[in-house]
Design a binder for this molecule. Structure first.
Ligand code: PAF
Length: 282
């Protein structure tokens, strides 16, 4: 693998690959790599002859400066992990901030309700920042495929909407949530959990799974309340929201009889660490 720091070197190298007929897959990450990221990379390795992994903690998607400061960063460890999985021709793009944002990005994307609900409601501006950085990465890399995890379910929906809006010739590939053996969704934030919160955190997915099982016994509204009560009664975790939404539109589901795929999405505070997860109710 080759580590690249500048946009100029990246574009040059990729143009070369494209001329030779390679297919290019992009896996955007913010580093602190774990098995979840590796599953996206493996997916790209199996489809594309060149995989680009970007490692960049994007400041514009953090609405809370404290969260940005505390976001785990370990580029050396990331590089070691990537060396083991990537092939000789694959690229790791590790730019600094000026390389990605030579000047401030003032673009405001209009995603309708997609970025107003759930994460968008509690982290205002977050998805605009995600769209800014991902569109820049798409522009630099021009991949045929880009890989995103279903763990960030709303992000995935918004990126698909952005690709459609900007009419980009990129196929977005969604990859399943990767979980710890106890069910906790893998996340770079998990390493910030103290021992007690780490022990409590698997309750999130256990509760979501139980909610799917109980679906026919409750109305949508009552089941949402049951999830919040169950988590808060059995742990010190605090639920920021639990929503059941239509998969494509992210509109709130009002009754189980409504047609179409449905997804339950949750955000939980484990002390000062914010965890998200989701499950299919289809
Ligand atoms: O999911 C993430 O890690 C980030 O939001 C992404 C897509 C790499 C953009 O910074």
């Amino acid at each position: 693998m080759l580590v690249i720091k500048t946009q100029h070197d990246l574009v040059e190298k990729l143009n070369d690959f494209r001329k030779k007929g390679h297919s290019i897959g992009l896996v955007p990450t913010m580093g602190a790599l774990h098995e979840g990221h590796l599953s996206l990379i493996r997916c790209s390795l199996s489809r594309d002859s060149v995989t680009v992994v970007s490692v960049f903690v994007n400041p514009t998607q953090f609405n809370d400066p404290e969260d940005l400061k505390k976001y785990p960063r370990d580029p050396d460890a990331d590089q070691k992990i990537l060396e083991k999985i990537l092939r000789p021709g694959d690229l790791v793009f590790m730019p600094d901030e000026r390389e990605v944002y030579p000047e401030p990005d003032k673009r405001v994307f209009n995603f309708g309700i997609l970025d107003k609900v759930m994460e968008g409601k509690f982290r205002p501006g977050h998805f605009n920042g995600v769209a800014q950085v991902v569109s820049r990465l798409f522009d630099m890399v021009k991949p045929g495929h880009a890989y995103f995890g279903l763990k960030d379910f709303q992000q995935l929906t918004i990126i698909k909407a952005m690709v459609h809006m900007l009419d980009l010739p990129i196929q977005i590939i969604s990859c399943p949530v990767i979980r710890e053996p106890d069910g906790l969704a893998m996340s770079s934030r998990n390493i910030r959990l103290d021992e007690k919160k780490r022990k409590e955190a698997p309750l999130i997915y256990r509760t979501l799974s139980e909610a799917v099982r109980l679906k026919n016994n409750y109305t949508v509204e009552d089941l949402k309340q049951w999830v919040v009560d169950h988590i808060e009664k059995h742990s010190s975790l605090r639920v920021e929201y639990f929503e059941i939404v239509h998969t494509d539109t992210l509109q709130t589901v009002l009754s189980w009889e409504e047609p179409g795929d449905k997804q339950g999405c949750i955000a939980v505070w484990a002390g000062k660490v914010r965890l998200i997860d989701n499950i299919s109710f289809t």
